[in-house]
Design a binder for this molecule. Sequence first.
Ligand code: F6P
Length: 326
Amino acid sequence: MEKSIAVLTSGGDAPGMNAAVRAVVRAGIFNGFRVYGIYRGYNGLLNNDCKELNLRSVSDIIGRGGTILYTARSAEYATPEGVKQAAEFCRSLGIEGLVVIGGDGSFKGARELAAQGIACVGIPGTIDNDIACTDYTVGFDTAMNTALDMIDRIRDTAQSHDRCSVIEVMGRRCGDIALQTGIAVGATAILVPEVRYDIERDVISRIYEQKATGKKHFIIVIAEGVGGVIDKAKYIEQRTGIETRATILGHVQRGGSPTLRDRLMATAMGVAAVDILKAGIEKGEQTSRVVASRAGKIVDLDITEALDMPREFDTHLYEVAKEVSI
Ligand code: F6P
């Protein structure tokens, strides 16, 4: 009898999730599985919200933002009863394996389900790039390129008016979007949650130093996790006398057509996830893995091992940013 697997997207959406869903569906069918799409994250396993997908169900989605499977952060699933109910639902449909596309929280959910006998493989999908075990998460590149484009536009008007612009980019606990876009737009200062800052030393003095060499407009990029952009903009204006505006980029960073890199990574990770599920199901092993990109290679790790890894912030890149924004 044909074996079944399923795929869901969970947590905050990210551009490239559709490309990953497409890859899982196509690779699943290629490998002889029936493939179900589960809707609205883990909620779909509790509410019987799913549909069998065929090759054409995922046509023309590789370039689409959002997720055709919808997404959610499910409080109901995150209980022992919820997990048991979800596992029973999988068994009732003959679903032996599940691919979960999402972040750390989604991987924890996958580990719980794996403990109930459903093979699970996670694919890192979040714009934040905040998953320790992988150098790259699906959605990060698109979000950064969107932020880059938006900040370039803000720079145009900041330059015309000789202003300072303070811009908040997403990243609750992770400053990667701020750091990389900040470097790419030539920001005067970049503030991230991973590095303690002093507003006088790290922002005001830098503005004064650049002003002294003739610079008249300034871009300050701040990660969401640092917060307070409106107050900081007021403070900068008051301390420097430079007219200052604040912009919160917000959810614009989460949408849009994925970049080539996101489409490619999502596709490679989706195919890898199915290969791992297939091997686990064939051997009858308990499968609780996560796909990751490490040193340019697609690898897989045990979910607990992956979740226990400490996340390293790129302090070298942070120093690079400081060195070139003098
Ligand atoms: O995890 C991705 C992310 O976009 C974070 O950068 C942000 O803090 C959060 O999700 C916002 O979540 P929500 O869409 O639920 O407001």
